[in-house]
Write a protein that binds this ligand. Sequence first.
Ligand SMILES: [Zn+2]
Length: 286
Amino acid sequence: MVFPNAFDKLYIGPSGVPVDVPANSGTLGAIDKCVEHGWTTMELPFVHSTYLKLPEAQQVALKVRELGFPISCHGSYYINLNAQERTKVGASRGRIVEAGTRIFQAGGHSVVFHSAFNLGMESAEVTRIVIDELHKVEEELAKKEVKVWLRPELTGKPLQHGDVDELIAVCNGVETALPCIDWSHLHARFGGGWNSYEEWCSVLDRLATGITNKNVLQRMHMHVSGIEYGPKGEKKHIPLAQADLKYKELMKALKQAGVCGTLIVEAPELSQKLDVEMFQDAWDAA
Ligand SMILES: [Zn+2]
């Protein structure tokens, strides 16, 4: 499942390793545990560091190709392509390049990141800056012959760059960019909106018509979770059973639109197994 192939179905799995995997099992053990649970994908959280080292990454690549088990990574939390200080922008680019390179070496397809903070600037201006900086990231990756989708994420707070229209603009401006659609962030970002079949269908339609020449609905990468929110958006992930997200309708909207790709469930540790199963069951029943 390597860039830039389309996916043949929807793969569902956790963010981070299965919580019941023994310590020191590494990423290889985590993938085995996912398979044991019947989970078909996983996202590696490189959010504090790119912890997967090259020798294991090379073994992971063999395994995921053999299993047909797509993997992705979530890049560093410390990324702001719109930082005031140029050194911080350069470091942010470096973090995307580092995570993207390692997940490519591990046979993965995408690196997810939160692009930027808006810092009170016009949306179009931040979008232009994000596109410029991602061009430089693309150049770096191309030099290393790394082929991986850059996945700016739909973010959970209005202070962060990354609403649906901004993502569409970035994906049209950057050849190797496709969105990471976090449906729970969309819901939380507007203090509880975007929680119905019709609204989700309309977003999928906007993506399909807005992003040109990329066959986006067959190359979707998504995050979902139960989420707690307030007027300023996202607060924290909560167990799906305690959340108000109409996840069955969401799965119905995805199936109706023929979505293929990867759906990553970001659950609190305690409810990880149950939450992944709830999404999988809802998808199967949709
Ligand atoms: Zn994220």
